[in-house]
Design a protein around this ligand. Sequence first.
Ligand SMILES: [Zn+2]
Length: 364
Amino acid sequence: MTIGSFPFRYLGVPLHSRKLFYTECKPLIAKVVARVKTWTVRKLSYADRAQLIRSVLQGIQAYWCQIFLLPKKVLREIQTTLRSFLWTGMDTNSRKSPISWDYMCNKKVCGGLNFKEIITWNKAAIAKHFWALALKQDRLWIKWLHVYYIKQADVWTAAIPNRLSWAIKKILEARHLLIDLTTCNQFVYHNKFSIRKCYWFLRGEQPKVEWRRITCNSKASPKAIFITWMMLHGRLNIKTRLYQWGVVKDKHCPICNTADETLEHLFFTCDYSKAIWSRCLQLINVNITSDLATIISTVAKHSRKKHRHHQLLNMLFIECVYHIWIQRNRKVFDDQFLPPLQVIRQIVFAVACRCDCDVTQLIL
Ligand SMILES: [Zn+2]
């Protein structure tokens, strides 16, 4: 049997007791970039890419993060790759995000996309190791630390010995994140430490957005929900926004060319969108004629209720915003768009496909 040396790899992760260098974490960055590259050749919507980031890419990081504290430079580089992938579908790009990454890491009820803010997640994962140490769990490394270094001292208050390795010091330093045992107990569920609960504690309370019911738990298509989410944040690149930045020279609505292209005009007061929106409302016998803020708050109020009429209003609103946005873009980039009647058919079809049979009968 030959004697090996540090660092060696275990399940693809380099193991070392000292601080990991940037170069040692390159395989993690390479893994994320390799995944992104295989997906960039496919035509994915924003919602598809957001789902891939949440489920696959952040899963790779979370696995590494649960083992040791990663250099911030590595985590920031991965974050940049994910951000570019979300907004451009490419692995490298310097385009600015319409919405900051930190904001997108908020819970959906707080206006975010529920992405993991991986630097804080990494801290929460390390805090879990400290919790195991404080509880003297039956593990070899914990027993060894207690016997040789901590002895009879209190892990919450004892001075951290200088001779400890970098990794162990970081685990002990995590005690200031957990504050004390009482605070720590709120992260424990069925005798297991929840990194997720600790993560949300470290992120702090975020204010909830008023329109959260529109996008949370909606049955509309994810790609339509994503565009509506951007509209609700006022971050769609409509002409009045681009005009402010000096990107375009006129701010007229590309469809009717008679008024400025604001969110209210584009989605609700333009003759084109009014024909679509009012027909959708007629289908469920609802009448909402007001300004943008009132329409949004009315739809949000309806979205809270579970009755099928309210569910339909929510879906019709989201699909309306999405289909009007698609036609608007077709007009801007291809100089053509479908007449309102055809768009209404597409909206009704999109809603009917995602509804229960009894709900579908209400609009067909
Ligand atoms: Zn117009």
